[in-house]
Design a protein around this ligand. Structure first.
Ligand SMILES: Nc1ncnc2c1ncn2[C@@H]1O[C@H](COP(=O)(O)OP(=O)(O)OP(=O)(O)O)[C@@H](O)[C@H]1O
Ligand SMILES: [Mg+2]
Length: 222
């Protein structure tokens, strides 16, 4: 599904971060990317999500070159194919949990019945993640673990084929990290969503089917 070829990325003050990194990801496959702080995990996810551009190299999504997409094409690719979840939930404080979850739909022009189907799907995912009773709460009225589960549901609402998760349990306690990690894995297998998960946690990484580490700007299987 995703083919990353010889990706290079450097930053002016930092020098080379990714140095000819390649990666293949099959449909529905789940991988973890580990490596020390500053090794380039977030850089890699940002490039795959087209939030940033590589210096050189290619990113192919379902055999189509995506890293030369225009801004509009990139936005469309992100909206249709990619779900993002970050260390902080980034829920908007003035919207309820349900409104936050439905927010990505506003970027698309949906017919009334399509919208109703999506609301049904949101409820299914909220049920699945144990936050159904929180739909009318505001983010500051729910726990960090619950907010992160809402962020997961929001990331999945457009049925992305690839979920990019950047240290999604980084601000959670062990119990909530375990819940979120298991949900990631179960939801991926239930809905066939591929996952690239960047993390420092080996416990979390082990829930994915392949574990890599970034070493000298390249991926090494561990
Ligand atoms: N926009 C930027 N401008 C300049 N340097 C950057 C930028 N983004 C990242 N870097 C540098 O590139 C290197 C890789 O950063 P990156 O965020 O990808 O690491 P990481 O593996 O995700 O680290 P962490 O585990 O701490 O999240 C770091 O040295 C960082 O300071
Ligand atoms: Mg990072």
């Amino acid at each position: 599904m995703l083919r990353v070829l010889e990706l290079r990325k450097s930053y002016p003050q930092r020098g080379i971060v990714l140095n000819g990194l390649s990666l293949e990801l099959k449909e529905s496959e789940t991988i973890a990317v580990t490596g020390p702080s500053g090794s380039g995990k977030t850089t890699l996810l940002n490039l795959v999500g087209l939030l940033d551009r590589p210096d050189s190299g290619e990113i192919l999504f379902r055999e189509k070159l995506v890293n030369n997409y225009t801004v509009d094409e990139a936005a469309d690719y992100r909206n249709r194919q990619i779900g993002f979840i970050f260390q902080d939930h980034l829920l908007l404080p003035y919207l309820t949990v349900m409104e936050n979850i439905l927010l990505p739909l506003s970027a698309r022009q949906l017919e009334d019945d399509e919208y109703r189907v999506k609301v049904g799907y949101a409820r299914e995912l909220m049920e699945r993640t144990g936050i159904m009773n929180l739909s009318s709460k505001y983010p500051w009225q729910v726990s960090g673990g619950e907010a992160q589960r809402a962020a997961l549901v929001r990331a999945l609402i457009n049925k992305p084929s690839l979920l990019l998760a950047d240290e999604p349990t980084g601000s959670l306690d062990a119990a909530n990290a375990e819940i979120l990690g298991n949900l990631l894995k179960e939801i991926s297998s239930q809905y066939g969503t591929a996952v690239i998960l960047a993390t420092h946690s080996m416990t979390l990484a082990k829930k994915m089917s392949i574990i890599y580490k970034i070493e000298n700007g390249k991926l090494v299987k561990i």
